[in-house]
Ligand binder design. Structure first.
Ligand code: M6R
Length: 605
């Protein structure tokens, strides 16, 4: 996720763009850059790695803030290419007359790059984005909109782009495919932005572009075409949000915004890894395929939420790839390490990639000769330096302290790695992998469907907001989800909660249950469903109230549970994705009802 902003009109573009970037910094802060058409008719580009302040300090210090218009600007969350000055946007074509910014991933960029290189184009960065600048250049014969259209017809992937050219001082061109982009309509000026807050102080009239829209933005207004060149009509929306509400996308908290971003985050995590026929290939693992074939045991390591994702990963690696696999708590593994040698694979999982408790055992494993694969959300983070391969979550920055979309995408990326290992070790046939891959492709829509439970969950949460303790249970894949649900409730609402393997209830924890202690049961369809139901029946016999997360169409569970949260049916292995979402919403709503600091819980950073 990156932030893009563009301006065309009579004012100097730079101050408008830099302020717009400041409001979009939540979308990415690896680097920032700006391009402005100067009074001399040249494209001036300045870009700097790191936070936006690095760019603004540099411009201010050197009295170098460009004067002129139009302009485009970008704040980056790296996907292809390290976060450095060269890979920062905007990118230029060979002539330096065209500048381009991009949010998204161009899936076929290597083949396009090869072709453009053989046609004589010179590349300076490692990004997929620069390919677009050269591709548009190669299609340009004076009509910028047409050149962008022709170029985009050759592109596979996701994009929101902004383009400017020295020949067109009164125009910026935007386009959108599976990544948000809006056009702002001011009085004699036009804007492009990834999100409303970037331009809200200049205009409240916005056109939300749809997939495949191409926008020709000028001071007179906007002309929208589809990728076949046909004109399309889009409504102008009058935005009524305040700036503060707009920064959270209209949500009350970043936590809730990120919960609702999950269908998109899931889609991004699958992008470039699961094809339309369901086949799975993780390009990041290709270079180490031989090492992965030779391994004979696996440890998946993480802390907190990342550790519960690791539990799911280890379980599925064992089931699918037939390799002995265990999850490890980062802070424990370092002091009591399991056997590790050249035939060991260590998968380190961390949203930030900076957690010291995960870094230390990862480094130790690398020193002992293990193959290290890192699963993280942050390009270039410390953890990636110890890795033989890095699989990014592609979830976009997580601002709230409580991890939500990172957990779900960690689970998904670990499942993809498990599938890849199973294929490499000959344990799943291509047909079996494709069946799972196809089920994964349904997950974004199923997650969106699951979020529709919000009104029901709010009511249930209000009813239980005053309790002191909550118990969560699940079996097999439901067990780590029970622990993650309990952790979310603890950190967001400060209510004491614990997650147990359901079979363990009778070995002690059942003594805690009474009518004031609700139990949340993960009771979706699967091999252990009947067992979970009988655990729930035992709980009901102790008069503890039960909230069940169950599969749509299951009527039996309603006999034991006061509240049933129905989630869409998926294959058992993918159930953690849909069962997690209601637990996040429940924790969030209990927290709101109790008035805690949802985005920044006490004692946590
Ligand atoms: O950045 P990491 O994924 O390495 O962070 C690990 C944990 O600190 C983190 O998941 C923590 O448990 C979250 N606050 C949970 O919501």
């Amino acid at each position: 996720m990156c932030g893009i902003v563009g301006y065309v009109g009579p004012r100097d573009a730079a101050p408008i763009l830099l302020e717009g970037l400041r409001r979009l910094e939540y979308r990415g802060y690896d680097s920032a850059g700006i391009a402005v058409l100067t009074e001399k008719g040249e494209v001036f580009i300045e870009k700097r790695a790191g936070k936006l302040s690095n760019l603004t300090d540099h411009l201010n210090l050197n009295g170098n803030t460009p004067v002129g218009h139009p302009g485009i600007a970008h704040t980056r969350w790296a996907t292809h290419g390290r976060p450095n000055d060269t890979n920062a946007h905007p990118h230029a074509d060979c002539t330096g007359n065209l500048a381009l910014i991009h949010n998204g991933i161009i899936e076929n960029y290597s083949e396009l790059k090869e072709q453009l290189r053989s046609d004589g184009h010179k590349f300076v960065s490692e990004t997929d984005t620069e390919v677009l600048a050269h591709l548009i250049e190669s299609r340009y014969d004076g009509d910028l909109v047409e050149a962008v259209r022709l170029a985009l017809r050759e592109v596979r992937g996701a994009y929101a782009i902004g383009v400017m050219h020295t020949d067109h001082p009164n125009r910026i061109v935007g386009a959108r495919m599976n990544v948000p982009l809006i056009v702002g309509l001011g009085d004699g000026e036009g804007f492009l932005a990834s999100d409303v807050p970037a331009i809200l102080e200049h205009t409240k009239n916005m056109v939300i572009l749809q997939e495949g829209d191409l926008a020709d933005v000028s001071p007179e207004g906007v002309r929208i075409l589809d990728l076949d060149g046909a004109k399309v009509q889009r409504e102008v929306t009058r935005i009524k949000w305040t700036l503060d509400a707009a920064e959270k996308g209209g949500f009350r908290h970043f936590t809730l915004k990120e919960i609702y971003e999950q269908p998109h985050a899931i889609q991004e995590a699958l992008r470039g890894r699961v094809a339309t026929d369901g086949s799975v290939a993780i390009p990041e693992l290709t270079a180490i395929a031989d090492k992965l074939k030779a391994i004979d045991r696996v440890y998946v390591v993480g802390c907190g939420t990342a550790r519960y994702a690791s539990d799911v990963g280890a379980y599925l690696i064992q089931q699918w790839a037939g390799l002995p696999a265990a999850s490890q708590i980062g802070s424990e593994m370092r002091y009591g390490p399991p056997p590790i040698d050249e035939r060991t694979l260590v998968i380190s999982v961390s949203q930030s990639g900076e957690t010291a408790d995960t870094l230390a055992p990862t480094r130790m494993a690398a020193e002992r000769g293990a193959t290290v694969v890192v699963v993280t959300n942050v390009v270039g983070s410390a953890l990636t330096r110890d890795a033989d391969a890095v699989c990014y979550l592609q979830a976009g920055p997580e601002i709230a302290v409580a991890s939500t979309k990172a957990f779900v995408t960690q689970v998904l990326v670990l499942e993809l790695i498990a599938l890849q290992l199973a294929a490499l070790h000959g344990k799943l046939t291509p047909h079996q992998v494709r069946a799972i891959g196809l089920a994964m492709r349904d997950l974004p829509a199923q997650a969106a469907e699951t979020l529709k439970l919000a009104p029901q969950i709010k009511k249930v949460a209000r009813r239980y907001a005053g309790v002191r303790d909550v118990m969560y249970i699940g079996r097999t894949l439901g067990y780590p989800i029970a622990m993650e649900g309990a952790l979310k409730l603890k950190e967001l609402s400060y209510v004491h909660a614990e997650g147990y393997a359901a079979g363990e209830l009778k070995h002690g924890p059942i003594a805690l249950l009474d009518p004031q202690t609700p139990l949340v049961a993960i009771a979706t369809a699967g091999a252990t469903y009947d067992k979970v139901v009988s655990n729930v029946a035992e709980v009901r016999a102790r008069e503890a109230p039960v909230i069940a997360v169950a599969t749509e169409g299951d009527e039996e569970i309603g006999r034991y549970a006061q509240d049933v949260l129905y989630v869409p049916e998926t294959i058992e292995a993918l159930s953690p994705i849909v069962t997690t979402l209601p637990l996040q919403l429940f924790a969030y709503e209990v927290a709101v009802a109790r008035g805690t600091d949802v985005d920044q819980p006490r004692n946590l950073a």
